[in-house]
Design a protein around this ligand. Sequence first.
Ligand code: F6P
Length: 342
Amino acid sequence: MRVGVLTGGGDCPGLNAVMRAVVRKGVQEYGYDFTGFRDGWRGPLEGETVRLDIPAVRGTLPRGGTILGSSRTNPFKEEDGVRRIKENLAKHEVDALIAIGGEDTLGVAARLTDAYGIPCVGVPKTIDNDLSATDYTFGFNTAVTVATEAIDRLHTTAESHMRVLVVEVMGRHAGWIALHSGLAGGANCILIPEQRFDLDQVCAWVTSRFKASYAPIVVVAEGAMPKDGEMVLKDESTDSFGHVRLSGVGEWLAKQIEARTGKEARTTVLGHIQRGGTPTPFDRWLATRFGLHAIDAVRDGEWGTMVALRGTDIVRVPLAKATEKLKTVDPALYEEAGVFFG
Ligand code: F6P
């Protein structure tokens, strides 16, 4: 048996840890061979491969990024995409594929399995934690850790100058990073894409924080929107899955707060720092367990499934179910955090 592996979408701490576990268990226990495909779905589409064996994954557990490279290539947007993938899998004698990715990469894997009979198993990755059917995706804990450390640091500089500090974190449609890091970092308020915010309310919270002689930290997800406005886009371009580029709401918010409250405001955009560098111990643990269970799913021929975390168990769920809708922040969970606003 030869198993192909690819990593697609935005990179994420823990990708290498998954592959290390897949390869170690696959080689040692099942005698499988592996082929790495470069840059997500671009690899099988163009037949671009990378050696993937035990020496190739040695030492990669703490390494951020992905040794295979990643891209947001959508084979369904390419001419003869499915035929080319089938031909390249046959050419490299690959019997099955493990796709490690978020909703887009796994959505392609689900379709390739269900509609075209290409045997795929999925592993959920994304710092956004917005995939249904799994309690957590790996990479999320690292992103929250990075954001929380930044918020801790911003508290001291905000208080020294008695300024507002707006922290923009990632999260296009789901505010998980904002909610978790905002709570962990003691934010004055947290703004998420799932709940439109009222600028007057935000300014009232900021003002009340200054009255208590503290400087407010406002945590805002890049996809958060004011009650009567739209998402702030970086530019109008979209990727091959139709996603726009966000970022800018933090700058916009700081200007509005400054104009309305008369308090000085600054913005920090955390951006790709949240995705880079070494995974936290939790993400290494989760990624490793996902890898061990993904290769078991291959051994069992459970095509069209994804490994998922439920409590402390790793289970298998249908890929199609995992990608049919985004996991967004429950309003009750957001409301719970409201006690600390203002
Ligand atoms: O999906 C992961 C993610 O980091 C999102 O939070 C963010 O909106 C997007 O990717 C950024 O994409 P890119 O790296 O292509 O700018």
